[in-house]
Ligand binder design. Sequence first.
Ligand SMILES: Nc1ncnc2c1ncn2[C@@H]1O[C@H](COP(=O)(O)OP(=O)(O)OP(=O)(O)O)[C@@H](O)[C@H]1O
Ligand SMILES: [Mg+2]
Length: 256
Amino acid sequence: MQIELAGIAKRFVARGRVVEALAEASLTVARGEFVALIGPSGCGKSTLLNMVAGLMRPSAGSVRYAGRAVSDVNRDVGYMTQADALLPWRTAEANVMLPLLLRGVGRQAARDRAREQLARVGLAGFADAYPRELSGGMRKRAALAQLLVYEPETLLLDEPFGALDAQLKLVLAQELAQLHARTAKTVLFVTHDLGEAIALADRVVVFTGRPGRLKRMETIELPRPRDMFRVRFEPRFQAHYESLWDALAPEIREVA
Ligand SMILES: Nc1ncnc2c1ncn2[C@@H]1O[C@H](COP(=O)(O)OP(=O)(O)OP(=O)(O)O)[C@@H](O)[C@H]1O
Ligand SMILES: [Mg+2]
């Protein structure tokens, strides 16, 4: 197993306020598997990714990665957090080069790979733009390029396409699906878009409202490769959508 979460709970205590973020979540993700997490705002999805990345420790339960307990920053995962991680004083290209330079790749090779990756996310003409000169969606794409460029064995993606328009989401989802097919990376993917979760994932996990618990886990029976632009028309997609929506809708209503 690549990722093993056993009975993890997380409670935050900050300035006299106690928040039970997650309760008793158990989940395993096999090597090469693509698992999507969905649930109402504040149910602990980002917290769960933080624990897999080793940035936070659970209050109860255990987190294991590739058979080892996660007790420190987990360097085998590439983590695209919900917030923008681009450095404002570096251009898009220089930002994407950074993880390569940190891993000892030569400057010219790093530049070539950064340019190639930027082109893949549709930012070919913006290599020399600074983050402030990019739109919100373009910054997300640059951040995605920065993650994909060094090909970590596991990707933790926290709403990577959240702020993008519906068409661009499909383009990037297609890119991610192809990357997954090509490299068999393990992916843990948080989204608020149920259709996106079903289209991309091998398994979709629905969480309850806070404290987040696993409510429904469904294996997606759609053959691969999947065409992100067509997969939604398949009858099986509709069937998954309905059954997962039945689990998700009451949780969202409660938050509202
Ligand atoms: N470092 C922290 N200190 C205190 N409370 C925190 C911290 N991180 C998260 N929380 C709380 O834990 C709960 C879960 O937060 P989390 O960010 O995991 O939710 P989420 O499911 O990712 O929500 P969203 O869909 O809105 O991103 C929230 O109530 C949040 O306020
Ligand atoms: Mg979050």
